[in-house]
Design a protein around this ligand. Structure first.
Ligand SMILES: C[S@@+](CC[C@H](N)C(=O)[O-])C[C@H]1O[C@@H](n2cnc3c(N)ncnc32)[C@H](O)[C@@H]1O
Length: 215
């Protein structure tokens, strides 16, 4: 399969930065129901006073929500410079610039700052090198690692593979370099287990799941 470059991914999400959901209407955001599950699971392990690193933070909505949920500070990293610009603007509007630092970069290849909590929501499926992404992100995590990703197992896993094949066909017809990936969820579980993390909670929703691991 085509391997998207950093530029392909950045362009895809730069182009879509204004596409969906006015930021104040959270319920219209893509992945809204899933992010609610992820936030609830994070609240259960406790965010108060903790530092957070959000990888693939996009426009920074979850990052800023996590500050509202009690996190002391958030660092957000994303390949899309336009999304990072949007996130910085929103943080400034909310008076949170001192607690929310947004940077453009590749989470799998740049050296990541260590934080108590690492989170990524709907990101792993947008990057081909899952091993590099996991090595870098798990290495930056203190005691909590939270994420959402497409399900890769069972009947839902089959459905997700078909859906992403169709999505990728559309990208190919439209001559976009971007591609979506269904990575094996067992690879994520094994990498976290090897690093001393264990599954604290998991919520399935349609073809996706949200999970929180703790060490
Ligand atoms: C589907 S969007 C999700 C954005 C945000 N997490 C949300 O749910 O609204 C995937 C995001 O991951 C970013 N991304 C993909 N691979 C990345 C990488 N290796 N490093 C940093 N960001 C990445 C993309 O630029 C994009 O903004």
């Amino acid at each position: 399969m085509t391997r998207p470059t950093e530029g392909d991914i950045a362009k895809h999400f730069d182009d879509g930065v204004d596409c969906c959901a006015p930021r104040r209407d959270a319920s219209k955001r893509p992945g809204f129901a899933l992010v609610k599950l992820l936030r609830r699971q994070l609240a259960d392990v406790g965010l108060a006073g903790r530092s957070v690193l959000e990888l693939g933070c996009g426009r920074g909505e979850l990052s800023l929500d996590l500050i509202h949920d009690g996190a002391a500070s958030v660092t957000g990293i994303d390949l899309s410079p336009d999304a990072i610009e949007y996130a910085r603007r929103t943080a400034a509007e909310d008076g949170l610039s001192e607690r929310a630092d947004f940077r453009a970069g590749n989470a799998a290849t740049t050296s990541l700052p260590s934080r108590d909590v690492v989170v990524h929501h709907r990101v792993i499926c947008c990057y081909h090198d899952v091993d590099a992404f996991l090595a870098a992100s798990i290495g930056a995590a203190g005691s909590i690692y939270a994420f959402s990703m497409p399900r890769s197992r069972g009947i839902w896993g089959i459905g997700v593979r078909v859906a992403l094949k169709l999505e990728n066909l559309t990208h190919s017809i439209k001559r976009r370099g971007f591609r979506a990936f269904v990575h094996d969820e067992r690879v994520v579980h094994s990498a976290l287990s090897r690093a001393g993390f264990h599954l604290k909670s998991r919520s399935d929703r349609g073809g996706w799941f949200a999970a929180v691991y703790v060490s």
